[in-house]
Design a protein around this ligand. Sequence first.
Ligand SMILES: Cc1cc2nc3c(=O)[nH]c(=O)nc-3n(C[C@H](O)[C@H](O)[C@H](O)COP(=O)(O)O)c2cc1C
Length: 394
Amino acid sequence: MENKCIVLGVSGGIAVYKALDVVSRLKKHNIDVRVIMTKSATEFVTPLSFQSLSQNQVIVDMFAEPKAFEIQHISLAKRADLMLIVPATANIIGKVANGIADDMLSTTIMATKAPVVFATAMNTNMYENRIVQDNMCKLRKYGYKFIEPASGRLACGDLGKGKLQDTEIIVEYALSVLNENKDLQGKNVIVTAGPTIAPIDPVRFITNRSTGKMGYEIAKEARDRGANVTLISGPTNLKAPFGIEVINVSTNEEMYNALLNRFEEADIVVKSAAVADYKPSEYSEKKIKKSSQGLELNLIRDRDILKTIGEQKKNQIIIGFAAESHDLIENAQSKLERKNLDYIVANNILSKDTGFGTDNNKVTIIGKEGFKLSLEKMSKREVAKNIFDLIKGR
Ligand SMILES: Cc1cc2nc3c(=O)[nH]c(=O)nc-3n(C[C@H](O)[C@H](O)[C@H](O)COP(=O)(O)O)c2cc1C
């Protein structure tokens, strides 16, 4: 996201301090962050904190002596690739909806042609107020975007909707709007991610070391490129990404049913889940009591989901994953052919800083026409990007 500029508008809600985290997260993506605060916002946090984190001068007063000879609300409005308002008060929403431009923030919003995103945060009664709702409805019609607040315990002690959305989600949303490449617009993409479990009894199960990170990054990349994404996820500790339909499953059978139900409408299926190949031949309804003896488990082969969709495939592009500990390319190549895939992404799971649970991966992508692309170690998001670039390019 080099060379991108986000003008971050900060209005006066109790969640102003969270906007600091948004600045620091955006900076990690090398984004030029320009902060405009309302006067009320400075009652909560000083401009100095925003200035230090953004490494740019913070603007509050429209009539302050300019530091350079430029009309700042116009120059910032032009420079912005995106205006992100965090937190967005009922007041700033009301002002913009009614054409009021009486301070630096509202004037810049009025003057920009960049997309404007409001991350709303306010007391539940304020949020549910018909006037606030009407204002948001009106702004949506004009193309302004909103990041819905979350529900929870609010600063005022009330329980309900109005809490500023997670800063991680706000940043993800902003990056998604900034992404200009929409080459998957309108495509239905299904991604499977994470492990599945094979239950032994009501307490115990067999599973594997997949954390779902790779699949979640693939799903987010597809979403940001305009696809309608369904993420079928085994049990993970990851947050559900915004704008993606997440279907939570636990067993091989549940993943099979979820995928097969949607397979016909899919354009692209990326099967990055580590589905259990074996399950106990019998499930014990009662907890198996421990004894001084050992315990033998008889495992039987479970469904081969990838093979099934390979057999049912019509026009879908199917991408499988091969996590291998040896003979990486040979094993991956054989899986690609046996399962009628279009591409297979092979990675060596014995490597310490890539693969399961890490943020990076080092993969080789093999295509059915025999073509092979070995990538350097890179973030899982970069791997995801490469996979879709490749599909689109071919
Ligand atoms: C302690 C405190 C917390 C507030 N929190 C919020 C809030 O979360 N959301 C909101 O819309 N207004 C909140 N307000 C009210 C706004 O500060 C007030 O409407 C102000 O005029 C907003 O100005 P601005 O939109 O120019 O920043 C709060 C006020 C106080 C005193």
